[in-house]
Write a protein that binds this ligand. Structure first.
Ligand code: ZN
Length: 70
């Protein structure tokens, strides 16, 4: 089974595209709920973590790779 790993600042693709037609969301806040921002129309939504993980298709860009100097 593939494990979905995501973190703050990642750009993810959801199973259902946003009504504006963009299917890329940036994670701008993490906690019990996760706030994601549409990269197309800049609209942000707050979704429960369980729902987010269910609707997450894949992580497109992770911030982890570039900040690996520690
Ligand atoms: Zn949008």
């Amino acid at each position: 089974m593939e494990r979905k790993v995501f973190q703050l600042g990642d750009v993810v693709q959801m199973k259902k595209p946003h009504p504006c037609g963009t299917n890329e969301m940036e994670i701008i806040r993490m906690g019990m709920d996760i706030r994601i921002k549409c990269t197309g129309c800049q609209h942000s939504v707050l979704v429960p973590r369980a729902k987010f993980e269910k609707n997450l298709k894949k992580v497109l860009r992770s911030t982890a790779g570039s900040a690996d100097s520690n």
